[in-house]
Design a protein around this ligand. Structure first.
Ligand code: GDP
Length: 367
């Protein structure tokens, strides 16, 4: 247990929390991500948001700007927030289960007009199984009959503009959602009424179309992460890195897209990756991210990096990656480390992935 001094010191060396978005189809996961990104594009490049491989990085500066109406300026201590862009991906189901494994926290999106739906419950169970903390975004509040839009406003400010009928409908639907969560064995409460964070999960009403509640959602994510995850979020030299996808890219051969959860990677690092035909020992040729403001999966031009520090999503090019297995860890072989030992450690992870495949019946990890 850390004393106050210890916590303070650690908070100065935090990495960005990694967040994923989950929920039933059509609840607005993609739109919510667009909304968080889009506003900043309109505001110009000062936002500093960068597109990564399958993720978007929001620097603290940007979050501070977005949440200034909530007057929380001094409270943001992490360098930023990395949001994994799982929705819309072709192997969504698999990425989702992998995604929640490597995420520090999640946004569980619920459509206020529909309440809990089958995939909401599926996502919920996955999050609970992996002990991932989450915040509920109760989305599409603008669809409440007679809703008056106040673009990108904090939710309490937006609520003050509403008629009594809108507030009544909101309360009825909110109560119903809280009851549905209770039926799943989960306590939930509107975030600004929640006095037992950790035991009771917070609900943030949002609109991904007009942006109400987005400042609240961003701030809550960051503050909660800072408060409850100081240990996990402390920047460490020890590498924690997972292979998300194995892809052939023209001009680069077989590449791996990885999530760097903690530590740092460098060009020229010797690495071990799990392969379906045994461990792969190779050297990082290049560390790539897409150019800023380019579409996520546009192929071709990438930015090269000599070093990347967590948390980031990046593409690694190296020789011999053809049989790399997604969902496994990547290891860097240190100068004093034994290659054979590193190979063994890497393949232990492979066994656990195989076990997961057996259990879930998902064979997609093997290329
Ligand atoms: P996903 O399947 O969860 O990624 O859902 P999408 O982001 O694709 O959204 C599904 C549909 O709901 C689209 O037609 C969106 O425009 C719409 N939608 C998403 N969020 C909102 C919202 O906050 N308000 C309204 N009115 N529509 C929304």
């Amino acid at each position: 247990v850390l004393n106050e001094e210890g916590i303070k010191e650690k908070q100065e060396n935090l990495r960005s929390p990694i967040c994923c978005i989950m929920g039933h189809v059509d609840t607005g996961k993609t739109k919510l991500l667009d909304c968080i990104r889009g506003t900043n594009v309109q505001e110009g490049e000062a936002g500093g948001i960068t597109q990564q491989i399958g993720a978007t990085y929001f620097p603290a500066e940007n979050i501070r700007e977005r949440t200034k109406e909530l007057k929380a300026d001094a409270k943001i201590k992490v360098p930023g927030l990395l949001v994994i862009d799982t929705p819309g991906h072709e192997s969504f189901t698999n990425l989702r289960s992998r995604g929640s494994n490597l995420c520090d926290l999640a946004i569980l999106v619920v459509d206020i007009m529909h309440g809990l739906e089958p995939q909401t419950i599926e996502s919920l169970n996955l999050l609970r199984m992996r002990n991932t903390e989450f915040i509920v975004a109760l989305n599409k509040v603008d669809r409440l009959y007679g809703w008056k839009t106040s673009k990108n406003a904090p939710i309490r400010k937006a609520m003050k503009q509403q008629s009594i009928d809108v507030i009544n409908e909101f309360n009825t639907r909110l109560t119903s959602v809280i009851t549905q969560f209770k039926e799943q064995g989960l306590n939930t409460e509107l975030y600004y009424k929640n006095r037992e964070m950790g035991e009771t999960f917070s609900i943030v009403p949002t609109s991904a179309i007009s942006g109400e509640g987005i400042p609240d959602l961003l701030l809550l994510l960051v503050q909660w992460a800072q408060k409850t995850m100081v240990e996990t979020l402390t920047y460490a030299d020890k590498l924690q890195c997972t292979v998300l996808e194995v892809k052939v890219i023209e001009g680069h051969g077989t590449t791996i897209d990885v999530v760097l959860v903690n530590g740092a990677l460098h060009e020229g690092d010797q690495i071990v990756v799990c392969g379906s035909k045994g461990p792969i020992v190779t050297t990082i040729r290049s560390l790539l991210t897409p150019h800023p403001l380019k579409e996520l999966r546009v192929e071709g031009k990438y930015l090269h990096h000599i070093e990347v520090k967590a948390a980031q999503c990046i593409k690694i090019t190296a020789q011999g990656l053809e049989h790399a297995v997604a969902g496994t860890s990547l290891h860097v072989i240190g100068p004093d480390e034994d290659v054979e030992e590193a190979k063994k450690t890497a393949m232990e992870d492979m066994e656990s992935v195989m076990r997961r495949i057996d259990k879930s019946g998902e064979g997609v990890y093997v290329q």
